[in-house]
Design a protein around this ligand. Structure first.
Ligand code: NOJ
Length: 405
């Protein structure tokens, strides 16, 4: 029997484009319309209409926090034109959560951009950061009094690499130079947004907010102990896992560390060259582990190792995402249980983990992978939009209710 700290945050996450449906003013929608993405998000989970029903389920599951994103392209569909009706929508979303005793954790950028922002060059263009800051200013002035936890940018390196290096997400580029530029611009945008959010709270005499990013961390492990592989693991851990956090920590712009963790990345580098060193993985079934339905390796111990790796910052940690897509709900529960045990182990070792947010509350649109991967605690029938709570969700609910696993 393991006990979690009192006041531990228990919840689940979503992001606007993946669940709301009909986000017609963003770059993803345009790419989907143009046939550049295999499946279109369409009405997704109709969460825009059904949020209250979904939050009622989260409440029954004893969640005391919920992470979601505010869709920039809804709030500002044309440059400078903020839509008061959409602001009201998100006000209701936040009020609904709070009425159920669920603390909102709000993401400001979760992979999508307003179409107008992309047309002007998106995150490659450093001159556009000011627009993200204006959006941040608007949202934080509207909702600051209701929100303590903010995530400025979700998985900045996943965004820059998928959109600018791997050519998988809009704008589908393959340029190391642009990837570096976008990454740099996202870091700058966070730093400025962090300062802005704190300034607004101060001006309004609000209690200090907790502001961070959600960093995707991967357990990079050696397939074979060759020199190339060792160098690669070292580089990926430094650049991919820690670069962003290091930089933001140095600039004193993190109140906590938000970690999204899914599993292991088994490194096996074919030949020298920066792309190989940064991207190659083992193509064979060496050192097999259980996998999710997208083939990602399940490796709970990796989370423990990464939590130890961020201990040096001496900041609180929030697991802002951890989850599995699978058709096998028993495996989902094993995945959750084993990760919770590793988190508990890290807490025993003195790491200040504040909470656990499962990805995702409901099945949803998994970007370029479409609707097939099912990450939800709650199953969604995309035909009828009917929700069904999975047994793993009930098991997690017992842990959230008691604080004991
Ligand atoms: C990370 C992302 O933030 C989220 O959008 C995605 O659906 C999950 N991981 C699963 O891949």
């Amino acid at each position: 029997m393991k006990e979690f700290p009192r006041n531990f945050l228990w919840g689940a996450a979503t992001s606007a484009h993946q669940v709301e449906g009909n986000n017609i003013y963003n770059d993803w929608w345009l790419a989907e319309e143009a046939g550049a993405i295999k499946e279109a998000s369409g009405r997704a989970c109709s969460h825009y209409e059904l949020y209250s029903e979904d939050f009622a389920i989260a409440g029954q599951l004893h969640h005391n926090c919920h992470r979601f994103s505010i869709e920039w392209s809804r709030v500002e569909p044309q440059e400078g034109n903020f839509d008061p009706l959409e602001i009201e929508h998100y006000r209701k979303v936040i009020a609904d959560l709070k009425s159920r005793g669920i603390q909102p954790v709000v993401t400001l950028h979760h992979f999508t951009n307003p179409a107008w922002f992309s047309r002007r060059g998106g995150w490659v263009n450093s001159g556009l950061q000011k627009y993200f800051l204006r959006f941040t200013d608007k949202i934080v002035r509207e909702f600051g009094a209701e929100v303590k936890f903010w995530i400025t940018i979700n998985e900045p390196l996943v965004y820059s690499s998928h959109a600018y290096l791997l050519g998988a997400w809009p704008p589908k580029k393959r340029s190391l130079f642009e990837t570096a530029r976008v990454t740099f611009n996202l870091a700058q945008a966070h730093i400025k947004a962090y300062r802005l959010i704190h300034k607004i709270y101060k001006e309004n005499s609000l209690d200090k907010p907790m502001v961070s990013i959600a960093a995707n961390l991967q357990a990079f492990e050696l397939c074979r102990p060759t020199l190339k592989n060792r160098l690669s693991v070292y580089l990926r851990h430094k650049l991919y896992n820690l670069y962003f956090i290091d930089e933001l920590f140095r600039r004193k712009t993190l109140d906590y560390i938000g970690i999204n963790y899914y599993g292991r990345n088994l490194v096996d580098v074919e030949s020298w060259g920066i792309r190989h060193l940064l991207l190659d993985t083992c193509k064979y079934n060496h050192h097999p582990l259980r996998k999710n339905s997208l083939g990602w390796d399940i490796y709970p111990e990796g989370l423990y190792k990464l939590l130890l790796a961020v201990k040096k910052y001496n900041l609180p940690v929030l697991i802002t995402e951890n989850g599995i897509c699978t058709e096998d709900d028993d495996l989902r529960w094993d995945y959750i249980r084993e990760h919770l045990l590793q988190i508990h182990r890290a807490i025993q070792d003195g790491i200040g983990v504040m909470g656990y947010i499962y990805w995702s509350l409901i099945d949803n649109f998994e970007w370029d992978k479409g609707f097939t991967p099912r990450f939800g605690l709650v199953h969604v029938d995309y035909g009828s939009q009917k929700r069904s709570v999975r047994p793993s969700a009930e098991k997690l609910a017992q842990v959230s209710a008691s604080g004991i696993i």
